[in-house]
Ligand binder design. Structure first.
Ligand code: ATP
Ligand code: MG
Length: 354
């Protein structure tokens, strides 16, 4: 992933739609941790407004938000170094969404992958649970544009799955500026080389809403159970013998096997990884040992995160406290952006904020 430049504003968010998984960690949090060591100004938010397109239980969403923040801290995100806030603590984001909606073409939104995927699911099963085809879901990219533009982000670390939404945010900002003057700051993506971790079921993407995740808070028994259930065929696919590079080899494996090797490459020392790669080349019965090794490395990785998550200092009250503090840190720039947009559009500054 390309790096931030000095003093750049970085922004990224995660939806509190379930527990954080390995895709979230290696696709997003790992980069957050690296960026917080630089002198960039990092804003990381829990996207609870966005989660409302999926979660309909009011207690679940609040609980999931706090749990996710505790997991952030347990992973090493430092509220002293990064501004970590809850999206709904900046309600002016909703106002900016409304303003940006005025320059957003419906056809553009209908081409959004998230919307199109849900539309296909609803067409397959019209009685699907929840609120899948809402106005909120269609407008998801506009809210995401508001999240990014409101803090005047310079760079946005995006996973492979979010790239299209960031491009939409930049298009919306460019259109706004074209019509109303150079008000909004257009960011650039960080992470052209972002990894997309497949699901444990072998599907293309591990995702909180897909029921195919390996979670950072999974205990050793759960890890073992989940890893044992990863589908593996007994016949390895032929390898591309032109190259020994592991990165080249992984995509040619059957999907379940591919995710096991991907996890091994992320967590185990290189010699362990290469040894199993050699076994794959040689064929034979090694999936039991591979699964056991992957499960051990995953459990070792999870152990300190679980310990810190349960640390009494990392409790709901301390999380609520730093949420309040961090909302105060991000509010001034957010209000300034919304006021500038209002003025540019001709409705003037808001009286109650003056
Ligand atoms: P949901 O299923 O509710 O959409 P999710 O698991 O896709 O949840 P998000 O909250 O949408 O997670 O994404 C948070 C961050 O994690 C984003 O930066 C996204 O790119 C990244 N991410 C999510 N899943 C993966 C994955 N499988 N591999 C790599 N990065 C991922
Ligand atoms: Mg997602």
């Amino acid at each position: 992933m390309s790096t931030a430049q000095s003093n750049e504003v970085i922004l990224s968010g995660i939806r509190p739609t379930g527990r954080l998984h390995y895709g979230n960690y290696f696709g997003a949090i790992w980069h957050f941790l690296r960026l917080q060591q630089t002198d960039a100004c990092c804003y990381y938010f829990i996207a609870d407004y966005h989660a409302l397109t999926t979660i309909t239980d009011r207690q679940e969403i609040y609980r999931a938000t706090l749990d996710m923040l505790r997991t952030y801290v347990a992973c090493g995100l430092d509220p002293e170094k990064s501004v970590i806030y809850r999206q709904s603590d900046l309600p002016c984001t909703a106002e900016l969404t409304l303003l940006l909606g005025m320059v957003t073409n419906i056809g553009h939104l209908e081409r959004g992958t998230t919307y199109k995927d849900k539309l296909a699911k609803v067409q397959d099963d019209p009685k699907i649970a929840g609120n899948p085809l809402s106005y909120g879901l269609l407008g998801y990219p506009v809210l995401m544009a508001a999240d990014i533009l409101i803090v005047r982000a310079d760079a946005v670390p995006v996973g492979d799955d979010q790239r299209q939404h960031l491009e939409m945010a930049c298009d919306i900002a460019a259109k706004f500026n074209h019509r109303f003057g150079e008000v909004l700051h257009i960011p650039r993506p960080l992470g052209r080389d972002a990894l997309r971790l497949p699901g444990l079921d072998g599907s293309e993407k591990m995702g909180k809403s897909e029921n195919n995740t390996l979670d950072l808070l999974d205990d050793p028994q759960t890890v073992l159970r989940k890893i044992k259930a990863v589908p593996t065929t007994t016949d390895p696919l032929p390898l591309d013998t032109d190259s020994d590079a592991p990165e080249v080899v992984i995509p040619k494996m059957p999907p379940g096997v591919g995710v096991l090797y991907r996890l091994l490459s992320l967590l185990a020392p290189e010699d362990v990884y290469l040894e199993f790669l050699g076994q794959y080349r040689a064929g034979g019965k090694f999936y039991g040992a591979l699964k056991k090794t992957v499960a051990e490395h995953v459990s070792n990785f999870n152990a300190p995160i679980i310990e810190k998550y349960h640390d009494p200092a990392n409790n709901d009250t301390s999380i609520e406290d730093f949420l309040r503090e961090n909302a105060k840190r991000v509010t001034p720039v957010a209000l300034e952006t919304v006021e500038a947009c209002r003025e540019a559009m001709g409705i003037g500054r808001s009286l109650y904020r003056a």
